[in-house]
Design a protein around this ligand. Structure first.
Ligand code: KIV
Ligand code: ZN
Length: 386
């Protein structure tokens, strides 16, 4: 059996979403909820980036127990010192060091040669190891990097003390099958990789972050980096709820994977993150969108009333919702309308039912956003008319 570590970066990469600025109290509340959900690692922030971020990371490191707390640092001493100062009181602190490895980043952003990048990475990891044995190394823009170069830099940083090797698809460029093979090759060709954990961090620029993450797990990744509601830089990160619920729902496929998270905490966490960040969740968002467990079409509603699993692959309760919902609209049929009447306490004879149903269909055809209040008004108009 394989345990896949869930590394949540809502408070770091998630907070890099344009326009988002969380207070220390909000970050602590999210960290508490993440710990209720039992994620394995919380990336609490990037301490060198601001005094506020430093203090938030420090508070989380002091208060949240039973979860590894990570802090991000570029591959330089000042960042690493600052990261350590913020997380040193955590039960299990992790320094997360990164440097870019793609030709495009090394040339234009870092203005460094590949050898200089290796030297800097090794030096930074060695420096971090004076503080802790829990060191994650990320090769930024790994998916656009040369594989031979990745094998080499990973081998060197593992020798220097890195315990987790992270492969980010920084710009969301990868395609699932290709990314899966990429991870497999790294696993097969990097010396020492079997002694450390292999992680992935996927962005969603082409809408494939979750698919790429899942492909990586199929090909041997041990850790997934995710953010609640899929928030993060640009189009965001791989969504925590999508990745976890994929393993839970497709247990038949992922037979060897153990999920230790408490999925019933998902909806509370999603709502909290949406409220605090001011980023609404799109209605059709997988797992946590308001339509994810809502059914409008008559055929689907009829099937659901007979047996829930006809049109649901997950139980709404498994993510912490009370139940699914049948939404009345122009596609709804007699069964759902009858259910609505019963649930609202109306007992009507067949004639009245037919009249009500026809009126409802007429209204639903004309009105864009049909609410329960509209339907209730229609029912009481007919039942109580003089
Ligand atoms: O997307 C990225 O490459 C990152 C790294 C810092 C891990 O966020
Ligand atoms: Zn990222």
């Amino acid at each position: 059996m394989r345990k896949i570590k869930v590394f949540d970066t809502t408070l770091r990469d998630g907070e890099q979403s344009p326009g988002v600025n969380l207070t220390k109290e909000e970050k602590l509340a999210i960290a508490e909820q993440l710990s209720m959900l039992k994620v394995d690692v919380i990336e609490a922030g990037f301490p060198i980036s601001s005094q506020g971020d430093f203090e938030s990371v420090k508070t989380i490191a002091e208060k949240i127990r039973d979860v590894e707390i990570a802090a991000l640092a570029r591959a330089n001493y000042k960042d690493i010192d600052c990261a350590w100062e913020a997380i040193q009181d955590a039960e299990n602190p992790r320094i997360h060091v990164f440097i870019a490895t793609s030709p495009i980043h090394m040339k234009y952003k870092l203005n460094m040669t590949p050898n200089q990048v290796i030297e800097r990475a090794v030096d930074a990891v060695k420096y971090a190891s004076k503080y802790t044995q829990n060191i994650e190394f990320s090769a930024e823009d790994a998916s656009r990097s040369d594989l031979e170069f990745l094998y080499l830099i990973f081998e060197k940083v593992i020798q220097a003390g890195a315990t987790v090797i992270n492969v980010p698809d920084t710009v969301g460029y990868a395609i699932p099958q290709e990314f899966g093979t990429f991870i497999k090759k790294i696993k097969e060709n990097t010396k020492g990789i079997d002694k450390v954990e292999l992680s992935v961090h996927c962005h969603n620029d082409l809408g494939m972050a979750t698919a790429n993450t899942v492909a990586a797990v199929i090909n041997g990744a041990d850790q997934v980096e995710v953010a609640v509601n899929g928030i993060g830089e640009r189009a965001g990160n791989s969504a925590l709820e999508e990745v976890i619920m994929t393993f839970v729902t497709r247990k038949d496929f992922f037979k060897d994977i153990i999920v230790t998270q408490d999925t019933s905490q998902i909806i509370k966490l999603s709502t909290m993150v949406s409220n605090f960040t001011g980023m609404p969740v799109q209605p059709n968002k997988a797992i946590v969108g308001k339509n994810a467990f809502a059914h409008e079409s008559g055929i689907h509603q009829d099937g659901l009333i007979k047996e829930r699993t006809t049109y649901e692959i997950m139980d709404a309760k498994s993510i912490g919702l009370k139940n699914n919902s049948l939404v009345l609209g122009k596609h709804s049929g007699r069964h759902a309308f009858k259910e609505y009447l019963n649930a609202s306490g109306y007992k009507v004879d067949e004639d009245t039912f037919e009249k009500l149903f026809n009126k409802f269909k007429n209204l639903a055809d004309k009105k864009k956003n049909l609410s329960n209040a509209d339907i209730d008004a229609l029912i009481s108009d007919e039942i109580y008319k003089v």
